[in-house]
Design a protein around this ligand. Sequence first.
Ligand code: MLT
Length: 417
Amino acid sequence: LTVDGKSYSFPTLEGSEQEKAFDISNLRDQTGYVTLDRGYKNTGATKSAITFLDGEEGILRYRGYSIEELASKASFLEVAYLLIYGELPTKEQYAQFEGAIRHHTLVNEDMRKIFDGFPVKAHPMCVLASLVSAMSGFYPESYEGNGDENLDIVRLIAKLPTIATWSYKRSMGHPLNYPKNKLGYIENFLNMMFALPVEDYTVDPVVAEALNILLILHADHEQNCSTSTVRLVGSSQANLYASISAGISALWGPLHGGANQEVIEMLEEIKAGGGDVAKYIDMAKNAKTTGFRLFGFGHRVYKNFDPRAKIIKKAADDVLSKLGVNDPVLEIAKGLEEAALNDEYFVSRKLYPNVDFYSGIIYRALGIPTNMFTVMFAIGRLPGWIAQWKEMRETKEPIGRPRQIYTGSTLREFVPM
Ligand code: MLT
């Protein structure tokens, strides 16, 4: 740290006794009466009836419906309703839900003033998390306890795409677009993203269909970093906007929602390096010495194929061919996948492509820039977060409080400087 030309250094944990104490490799999992499980890998801390995952078999179901079936037959808002309320909507319920969302797409003009205060180069996820958090201030009944939870749910689903498009429009130097409520949910988002006042814009149904699939595939994934965050924050009775804002921040990290951005950047690097897939597969196998990391492979839960990856791979092929987009990184991605699936190193470690491997390629083909990929994930994940937050409150879960195993110093005597 440098202040007024003077450098200050602070001690780090590196090499210290404290760092050694953090080495839990010999501790394994049983210490006294507390089970140490960093990252909650093995202990169940949540009961939930929303999403079923079988990592061994590669199965993913929302409320009992297979992801394959939902992705091919349902609309994103139907899936949102299913996740949040537990059942697929009847025609009347759907009309009511969808109608309410259409009605609430407009964002308070004063939110624009907050947005205008951000530097143009601010990452869209930082803007999104901040503005969603700010929504509590615009709807104080959400924390005063006299609000309508369903209205908060509808507002969030309705307004998130509107806010999400602002960062992109401003980064392009374009005027922001207001929502058009004659359009459906996905069409409205695409219109706000891509329409320009100087020319006509018509939503391409191929693009809308691809986006529908992507949003459905991202709609929930049981307990993970962002979802557990939403539940943990919500367990203190924090309101929905505050809880979802925390989830958006958790999603932002490159190990979670930011992963598909890393994948595209990696594929670009391989392309720039001549596209020799075998070379990079070798580099990935020797990551310790080469420093090359293969993003988009492997998943903490799936010991088999990520079922979403299969659907996305097919969607990527379909969309790119229907749109006539020839993206060389798709070929590189397929080459990497094939090489890895035929390589003992990857097979024995069960490192298969995950959901992030192909999604960025589709987003790019749809014209969505790389720094908006995680924002797209957030729009997709919103119904899942809401469903988890709602379930957590309805089942009266107590406030979360992870236990710790203390590894620091014992009592030390304070000696003045
Ligand atoms: C997700 O969809 O949230 C990711 O695959 C991360 C996870 O579930 O662990």
